[in-house]
Design a protein around this ligand. Structure first.
Ligand SMILES: Cc1cc2nc3c(=O)[nH]c(=O)nc-3n(C[C@H](O)[C@H](O)[C@H](O)COP(=O)(O)O)c2cc1C
Length: 178
């Protein structure tokens, strides 16, 4: 076998699921947004999603207190803003202002949708029992929005250490998955 041993500390770089997503939250009329990639689908319908939000992030406190968020899915068109929202904390700045992102009121949660993202998923936290131990929140998508004009969204995918790929060619295979 010609493979080499791979450092355990870098395993995340192989499994990072992507796409890059932007979590918006709001508390007392102040909205925030953070970028993340450690998310996973948990169930089809209602759609349940697992989010790892570090307790060092401002978003952790807001999510825990309000139990609401929006998962916004950006494309490469707003890559700079998306990464910027992952390199700054909303504790002191308004990232919507700084990165010129447009807030749109959501229908069922207080957190705003980000207009520049091609899809927006309004979510409620349904299980935070593992938040203290693993920073893990289970959220239920209660309303989903999609831009019909975006036919093949070129999403961003994170490989760690500043490396990203942009979604490209689509292929069809005989998969039994829904
Ligand atoms: C590409 C990328 C992926 C990230 N993934 C995560 C993640 O999965 N979970 C997390 O807690 N933080 C993640 N971060 C870091 C947060 O976005 C960052 O700590 C941010 O400053 C938090 O903002 P806040 O303090 O306003 O909540 C990621 C950042 C980048 C740039």
């Amino acid at each position: 076998m010609s493979k080499r041993s791979f450092p355990l500390s870098e395993v995340y770089r192989l499994l990072e699921p992507g796409p890059v997503i932007m979590i918006s939250t709001a508390r007392k009329g102040r909205a925030n947004v953070m970028t993340m990639t450690w998310q996973t689908m948990i169930d089809f319908e209602p759609p349940l999603v697992g989010l790892i939000v570090s307790n060092r992030n401002h978003t952790f406190d807001i999510l825990k207190a309000t139990k609401q968020c929006v998962i916004n899915i950006p494309t490469a068109k707003i890559a700079k803003q998306a990464i910027g929202c992952g390199n700054t904390t909303g504790r002191k700045i308004d990232k919507f202002e700084k990165f010129r992102l447009t807030r749109v009121p959501a229908s069922l949660v207080a957190a705003p949708l980000i207009a520049e993202c091609y899809a927006n998923l309004e979510c409620r936290v349904v299980d935070a029992r593992l938040a203290e131990k693993y920073n893990f929140f289970v959220v239920k998508v209660v309303k989903a929005w999609i831009d019909p004009a975006e036919k093949s969204p070129r999403t961003l995918h994170h490989h760690g250490k500043g490396v990203f790929t942009i979604d490209g060619k689509r292929i069809r295979m005989a998969s039994k998955m829904p």
